[in-house]
Design a protein around this ligand. Structure first.
Ligand code: NI
Length: 161
């Protein structure tokens, strides 16, 4: 169990397409534990393995007051609707931006036991599913910001996103 350093831009690991996990062994279990510890330490909504320097398709999502969701090899199978959201990222600290995300997102993934499952998310969970799956493809939310005036610096009145 360990809290790991979060990689920030321009670290190239954030721009790499992460590899599929083929064997869920002890080292993967340790990695997931460390990701959950790190997510809790920074009070984040989600964390993808590339953000701690590991180019594998693993993400953890921690919506407040819900159990942490671990996603191995997640794939978005359906998106519905569009909504405008404000978003930030631990790998691009000090900023937040306005982007469009889906209202409903369905993913299929494996859990930490390797079992396939499907998950439907709305609102904050849908946003987190898209955000973390993007990370596994080397995409950050800033890539979805349509113009520079929709990206803001965090001021002292705002909390870090
Ligand atoms: Ni992020």
């Amino acid at each position: 169990m360990a809290v790991l350093e979060i990689r920030t831009l321009p670290d190239p690991v954030l721009r790499r397409k992460a590899k599929r996990v083929t064997t869920i062994d002890g080292s993967i279990q340790k990695l997931i534990d460390d990701m959950i510890d790190t997510l809790r330490a920074v009070h984040g909504a989600g964390l993808a393995a590339p953000q701690i320097g590991v180019s594998l398709r693993i993400a953890v999502i921690g919506i407040p007051e819900k159990e942490v969701i671990t996603l191995i090899n997640p794939e978005i199978v359906r998106r519905e609707g569009v909504r405008v959201v404000e978003e930030g990222c631990l790998s691009y600290p000090g900023y937040y931006g306005e982007i469009k995300r889906s209202e409903v997102v369905k993913v299929k993934a494996q859990n930490r036991q390797g079992k396939q499952f499907r998950l439907k998310g709305e609102e904050l969970l849908a946003q987190a599913l898209e955000h973390e799956t993007d990370h596994l493809n080397g995409i950050l939310y800033i890539d979805h910001v349509e113009s520079p005036d929709k990206l803001w610096k965090v001021t002292s009145q705002d909390s870090e996103p």
